[in-house]
Design a protein around this ligand. Structure first.
Ligand code: LIP
Length: 258
C-alpha cells in the first residue's frame, strides 16, 4: 500500500482527535441534536468529519468517501474511504471516554487499510491487508480464549428490530456465558477483539462506517468476521459477527436463536 495513504490518514485522524479531546472536556450534553429516536449528533461529529474529509480531498481528490454525516461521494478510481468521525457519540456526550475516530480504505471493495483512534485511551489501532494489526505500533493478535472464559461484546443499529435482536442476544449470553457488554463504540469493540481484550463482537443493523476499519483489525489479528449465517462479512453488510475464531460457532448459535 502507498505509504502516503497511511501517513495522510494518521495525520488527519490525530488532528481530529486533538480537536475532539478539547471539545470533550468542555462538552455540555444539552448541546446534542437528535438524528432519530435513538441517535444523536454533536457539532464535534461535524468538525471532525470536516478535518478528515478536507485532508482526503486534498491528497486524493479522485477517491470516493462514505462518511456518517454526509452524502456519499462517488469515485471512478476504485478507492473508497469509510469514515466515522466520532464513533460513540453518546459516550462522548455523557463524558464516557470510550469514543473513537474510525477510518478505513477499500480498493475495489476489498479493505486495504484500517485505523481506529481512541484519543482518551491513547489507543491507535492500525491494520493493513496482509501486514497484520497493530496497537500503538505493537503487533496484536486475537486471544486463544474459548468456552467458559469468553467475554462477549455487542452493539446494534437504531431500528427497533435491531435493538430487540441485540437485547435477546445479550440476555442469552449474559445467562449462559461469562458476560456480554455494550461498550458504545463499535470501532473500539472490534479493536478490543483484535487485541485479545475480548473474544467476540456482534451487531445487528450496524452501519458500514462504524465497522469497516475494525473488521480489518480483527481479520489481520487472526480473527474471523462473518454475517449471522457464517458467510464472510462483505462491505455494507448490516449484520456482523466478529470473534477470535474459537468463539465463533457459539456466537452464531446465540444470535440465531429466535
Ligand atoms: C454508534 C456505534 C454504537 C452503535 C450505534 C452507533 P455513532 O456510532 O458505534 O456502538 O450501537 O448504533 O452507530 O453513531 O456514535 O457514530
Amino acid at each position: 500500500m502507498d505509504k502516503q495513504i497511511k501517513q495522510m490518514a494518521l495525520a488527519a485522524v490525530k488532528r481530529s482527535g486533538r480537536m475532539l479531546k478539547k471539545a470533550y472536556t468542555k462538552f455540555n450534553r444539552l448541546d446534542v441534536s437528535l438524528k432519530s429516536n435513538h441517535e444523536i449528533l454533536t457539532k464535534a461529529d461535524l468538525m471532525s468529519q470536516e478535518i478528515i474529509i478536507r485532508e482526503i480531498k486534498k491528497h486524493f481528490p479522485g477517491h470516493g468517501i462514505i462518511a456518517e454525516e454526509q452524502a456519499n461521494r462517488e469515485s471512478g478510481s476504485g478507492y473508497v474511504w469509510y469514515l466515522d468521525p466520532l464513533d460513540g457519540t453518546t459516550n462522548f456526550s455523557m463524558h464516557n471516554p470510550l469514543w473513537s475516530v474510525s477510518l478505513a480504505l477499500a480498493k475495489q471493495d476489498e479493505l486495504i487499510f484500517g485505523l481506529v483512534c481512541a484519543p482518551m485511551l491513547e489507543d491507535i489501532y492500525t491494520a493493513e491487508a496482509g501486514q497484520g494489526a497493530f496497537l500503538n505500533g505493537r503487533k496484536i493478535n486475537v486471544s486463544g480464549i474459548r468456552q467458559s472464559k469468553v467475554l462477549n461484546l455487542f452493539c446494534h443499529g437504531s431500528k427497533d428490530a435491531d435493538i430487540k435482536k441485540a437485547m435477546a442476544y445479550c440476555r442469552r449470553q449474559k445467562l449462559n456465558q461469562l458476560d456480554c457488554r455494550q461498550l458504545g463504540s463499535a470501532a473500539i469493540e472490534l479493536g478490543y477483539v483484535a487485541a485479545g481484550r475480548a473474544e467476540s463482537y456482534v451487531a445487528p443493523g450496524i452501519k458500514v462506517w462504524d465497522v469497516a476499519a475494525g473488521v480489518l483489525l480483527v481479520r489481520e489479528a487472526g480473527g474471523r468476521v462473518t454475517d449471522f449465517k457464517g458467510r464472510d462479512w462483505r462491505l455494507g453488510g448490516p449484520n456482523i459477527a466478529a470473534s477470535n475464531g474459537q468463539a465463533h460457532r457459539q456466537i452464531l448459535r446465540a444470535v440465531g436463536v429466535k
